[in-house]
Design a protein around this ligand. Structure first.
Ligand code: NAD
Length: 296
């Protein structure tokens, strides 16, 4: 079975590498030539367009920034659906609006192509380790056909419901992550300005109820003053925009998400859109005029 992989960024490139390590034969494509060169060097086939990729493969994985890019790659000129054979499967692993997943799956079905949405959580380290959490929406029989492939990229793979349910679950995940980072930031700025060493605070609380995966992933980065992405603030803005739109469409007010969205917007205006989302703490630091860092 041949796999196409489109979108070789921070996440897609290591995910594609893990599939190759597992013995799958890949054809890859990105608008950026650099990662294509790297993967072709490792033995992947070079795709010249999404259409070319889908003509040469049976399962096409996309790992792109947001809904417009996924729409363009699947529905656009020289897109996946121009080349895909009947019976092919599209696995969209990007985090996009659930309504767009449903729209794309309907268009794919008209061509006899199945689609599942399978966004991920865990960030670049887990993409590299092949231990992502994967949240899937789609038909059970299509999920079953894709399971072994997903299992090479993730260690927790959950069918959440019909098409779009993966991205709905991902929106839930993104609200929880953003608000966790904000809570961590607000509290550590307070503790630090009150005169307690932030690393000591982290060690003291990480085993208790305030401990979390967010704390373990992000506090070390903050203490090192390392805000390289990781997960870019611009992408988190995109996810919260999708969360707010989806919530309002179905009549769910999400006030705390509105607050963190505005904090992210302020950071973007401040030139930090491509920083890791742990840079949320810099919003609080700026207000309190203090930096949270490791004691020398
Ligand atoms: P990224 O910006 O590093 O990578 C996106 C890739 O898509 C780039 O290589 C870009 O060149 C390519 N691309 C964009 N438009 C294209 C097009 N029209 N045709 C072909 N290629 C195109 O982003 P990322 O961090 O890898 O994230 C990808 C997706 O995964 C996003 O939806 C993001 O929200 C999600 N995600 C990211 C993380 C993370 O920690 N980075 C974690 C979980 C989920």
């Amino acid at each position: 079975m041949k796999i196409g992989f489109i979108g070789l960024g921070i996440m897609g490139k290591p995910m594609a590498k893990n599939l190759m390590k597992a013995g799958y034969s890949l054809v890859v494509y990105d608008i950026n030539k650099e990662p294509i060169k790297e993967l072709v060097g490792l033995g992947a086939g070079k795709g010249s367009s999404p259409k070319d990729v889908s003509e040469r493969t049976d399962i096409i994985i996309t790992m792109l920034p947001d809904s417009p890019e996924v729409k363009e790659v699947i529905l656009g000129k020289e897109g996946v659906l121009e080349g895909a054979k009947r019976g092919s499967i599209i696995i969209d692993m990007s985090s996009i609006a659930p309504a767009v997943s449903r729209e794309l799956a309907a268009k794919a079905a008209e061509k006899g192509v199945d689609m599942i949405d399978a966004p991920v959580s865990g960030g670049q380290p887990k993409a590299i380790d092949g231990t992502l959490s994967i949240m899937v929406g789609g038909k059970k029989e299509v999920f079953d056909k894709c399971f072994e492939i997903l299992n090479k990229m993730g260690s927790s793979i959950t069918l959440c419901g019909d098409i779009g349910a993966g991205n709905t679950t991902k929106l839930v995940n993104q609200i929880i992550v953003a608000l966790n980072i904000a809570a961590m930031s607000e509290a550590l700025v307070l503790g630090t300005k009150a005169g307690v060493d932030p690393e000591t605070i982290y060690k003291a609380i990480r085993g208790g109820l305030a401990g979390s995966t967010v704390l373990d992933a992000k506090v070390p980065m903050v203490l090192e003053r390392n805000f390289n992405p990781g997960f870019k603030i611009n992408l988190h803005i995109k996810d919260l925009k999708n969360a707010i739109t989806t919530a309002h469409e179905i009549g769910v007010p999400i006030p705390l998400t509105g607050v963190i969205m505005e904090i992210l917007q302020a950071l973007k205006v401040d030139g930090k859109g491509v920083s890791d989302h742990s840079a949320i703490i810099q919003f609080y630091e700026e207000m309190a005029k203090i930096e949270v860092k490791r004691a020398k």
